[in-house]
Write a protein that binds this ligand. Structure first.
Ligand code: URA
Length: 225
């Protein structure tokens, strides 16, 4: 190859790489990603069509992919539950108790979530529970965009792994993050949407319901669907 052709080839490769990166960062990023070409065995668990949850957790490792790793995190809260659950709950991010125990929804909000699950005739072990971000944001602030982006491949891969029949997003933040919208939860809740081709039902966060018990009836209407 002469020098000019070589430069052209390098530039084409770079453009492809950039395009990949831009597509990955652009709005629309919650859509099902294209699986890169190549045998499945060469792909990281997070890139596989139906990854194994344990392998995915191993890939996450002692994650340093965003600043939440050194802002008081005690434990990564990956997710918990039935790896073949028909129902997947997605919250926002771990709080104090979750961070301490390394498990999602184990505080007061978790107790209410368990009652909601029981009201559906299910047990906590029947469903899969995870969060948009896997590490506790300091002072329970909303996760920031870079933190959501860093965790995004893992959330997507969890959903692809479990392949639930329905996803329930708990609260404004999780709903807006998965659906990529800024619409208020009051407008989004109660209507089926779509996430990675799976029906998604937004409802109120159990912590909100603890503060506003008169909204429990609406949340129950959402879950009955
Ligand atoms: N709130 C969340 O959004 N997730 C948890 O795991 C706990 C509380």
């Amino acid at each position: 190859m002469n020098q000019r052709r070589e430069v052209q080839a390098i530039s084409a490769g770079l453009q492809q790489l950039l395009q990949w990166d831009l597509e990955d960062q652009a709005p629309g990023y919650f859509r099902r990603p294209q699986t890169p070409a190549g045998p499945q065995s060469e792909l990281l668990p997070s890139q596989q069509e139906r990854p194994d949850l344990d392998a995915l957790r191993q890939e996450l490792g002692d994650c340093q992919r965003c600043k939440l790793c050194n802002q008081g995190r005690s434990n990564i809260v990956f997710g918990q539950g039935n790896p073949n659950a028909r129902l997947l709950f997605a919250g926002e991010g771990p709080g104090y108790h979750e961070d301490q125990q390394g498990l999602p929804f184990v505080g007061k909000a978790g107790a209410l979530l368990e009652r909601m699950i029981a009201a559906m005739g299910l047990q906590r072990n029947d469903v899969y529970i995870c969060n948009v971000v896997k590490c506790r944001p300091p002072k329970n602030r909303d996760p920031e965009a870079d933190e959501v982006l860093a965790c995004r491949p893992f959330l997507r891969a969890q959903v692809r792994s479990v392949q639930p029949e329905v996803i329930v997003t708990l609260g404004r933040f999780a709903t807006q993050a998965l659906l990529e919208t800024t619409a208020p939860i009051g407008r989004l809740r109660g209507q089926f949407r779509d996430y990675l081709d799976i029906p998604l039902m937004p409802t109120f966060h159990p912590a909100y319901l603890l503060r506003n018990p008169n909204e429990k009836r609406s949340a129950w209407e959402d879950l009955k669907q």
